[in-house]
Design a protein around this ligand. Structure first.
Ligand code: PGA
Length: 249
């Protein structure tokens, strides 16, 4: 059984008081069960509070990005070493918002993946096509290209998240057929790159996941959970998503 993940990607949301209230509610109600991992990815200033407040719950805390260099003259950047030192379990890499607004490239992702492994962080590599690319019939070519960074990195623990760009924050999620086709393609690609180890890499779906559609998404082959933005900002919804993941096992 592949572990299922529900990872809350808070993006640039929540002030300390809101994050603290979330963690209080989460801590009061979350019951960890084998086979499901809860992840929370807050912005950097919130990390210490979220890490200390969720310590007893077993939830894993993730950075939303990090630089590949361990330290140095990179004003405004945060290193993998610093994330690890803060108590993070992993780091989201290659989110489409990073690719779109911050010029994230495949070359930088190769270095970031290697740095994450060097500092014992679990990377969540995000991939996904834009609507123009999907409409032009290039979805699988785009994903193949984005996955090809893994041929240059060597091996390490990994989670992949398929997030069609047109489904992120739009309320328009991919349908079951689209998700099934893409997840099967990703599984095959990971198997070609990593051999049998590629069969065990969790592949998450992300893009307008809510408690209303998650049960259906979880039933699709090769879907090992969700990377969730908007619906993860409220503890109640995040807890419901985790319960659905637990019940799907
Ligand atoms: P969304 O965001 O759930 O708000 O669509 C998902 C993501 O960007 O990870």
């Amino acid at each position: 059984m592949t572990t299922k993940w529900v990872i809350a990607n808070w993006k640039m949301n929540h002030l300390r008081a809101e994050a603290s209230a979330f963690c209080e509610a989460f801590r009061a109600d979350y019951k960890a069960r084998p086979g499901v991992e809860a992840g929370i990815a807050p912005s950097f200033p919130l990390l210490p509070g979220v890490i200390s407040q969720t310590e007893t719950t077993g939830a894993k805390v993730f950075g939303q990005n990090a630089h590949w260099e361990p330290k140095g003259a990179f004003t405004g950047a945060v290193s993998m070493a610093q994330l690890k030192d803060a108590g993070c379990h992993g780091v989201i890499l290659g989110h489409s918002e990073r690719r779109q607004f911050f010029n994230e490239t495949d070359d930088s992702l190769v270095k970031k993946l290697q740095a994450a492994w060097e500092f014992d962080l679990l990377p969540v590599l995000c991939i996904g096509e834009t609507l123009t690319q999907r409409d032009a019939g290039f979805t699988l070519d785009v994903l193949r290209q984005q996955l090809s960074v893994l041929e240059r990195t060597g091996h390490g623990p990994l989670v992949v998240a398929y997030e069609p760009v047109w489904a992120i924050g739009t309320g328009r999620r991919a349908d079951a057929t689209q998700i099934e086709e893409v997840h099967a393609f990703i599984r095959e690609d990971l198997w070609l790159t990593f051999g049998d180890a590629g069969r065990e890499i969790p592949i998450l779906y992300g893009g307008s996941v809510t408690p209303d559609n998650f049960e259906e998404i979880l039933r699709i082959p090769h879907v090992a959970g969700g990377l969730v933005g908007g619906a993860s900002l409220e503890a109640g919804k995040f807890l419901r998503l985790l319960k659905q993941a637990q019940e799907s096992n």
